[in-house]
Design a protein around this ligand. Sequence first.
Ligand code: ADP
Ligand code: MG
Length: 330
Amino acid sequence: MGEFELIERFFKRPVRKAALGVGDDCALLHCAPGMQMAISTDLLVQGRHFFPDVDPFALGHKALAVNLSDLAACGARPLAFTLALALPQAREEWLEPFSRGLLVLADDHGCELIGGDTTLGPLNICVTVFGEVPTGQALLRSGAKPGDDIYVSGTLGDAYLALKSLLGELALPDALLAKTRQRLERPTPRVALGLALRGVASAAADISDGLLGDLGHILEQSGVGASLDTSVAIHLLAAYADISGASGLFDPSQSTALALQCVLSGGDDYELVFTAPAAQRAAVATAALQGGVAVTRLGQIDSAPGLRLVDGHGHAVANQFASFDHFANG
Ligand code: ADP
Ligand code: MG
């Protein structure tokens, strides 16, 4: 199968929103008056971001999901995306499920594949998404104010628990590995929540590299600090009940440390962390309903810089948690 047959068969789709899709030198997108375009790119590299034997359907899903998650964090509505693909060979058994995983999620979000590039090479997948947001209404990292509440959506840390197990750092029972692996390989971008948080949240980011790191970007860009309640955070791990307690996999001190590590520094969750003034609590609850995902309030923005972890009684907890950094972590 040649390059153009491959594109034609697996990636050429009719477009409705875009003025022009796959087939010419450029795609064309309409820019609606009063709207700004939100653009984000994510690169997935084999051996770095996924295992060589990962299910191609899940990989197609994830390649787009991580990009839609960036649009969600900005409160932007998805419009279209491009796909740059380096492939070691053109195998139909791989391309068919990969393109299906990608395009099923794209259809769910009304996000059209409008172009890309295809070349021979080590497996690399680069998606660029285009979304729209009313001018001035994008959720930014820079808007958090002292006194604002800090929230996260959904559950956190289960993807990292699965990753640790797949890397052989700990052993999980099959059922728990299967459940947590879903979170690692099939993340759910919180697009509807991001849209519902426009005009409600003061700042937002998506959690790709770990809660502390991504919240840290909000703190830095907003020039503020924060305190987080670890007694609330620990319950964000959906698998917490499985790894702790009488029938748990680990003894209590081990399971507490592991759960906090997963929640605070594990990456790949693709949930949203956001801040909102206390006066917006009812509006945040409404946004969560509209977004179809629970949100948890787990801390507060302070004027003093830095990030403080506290227990349920407000006592300081030592912060030995670090987020993922490709260059720092090697
Ligand atoms: P050019 O040489 O002008 O860059 P190509 O010949 O590489 O264009 O691609 C032909 C058309 O197919 C273009 O419209 C391009 O956007 C599209 N395309 C190439 N690869 C992909 C892909 N993986 N997914 C979607 N569209 C693609
Ligand atoms: Mg080209």
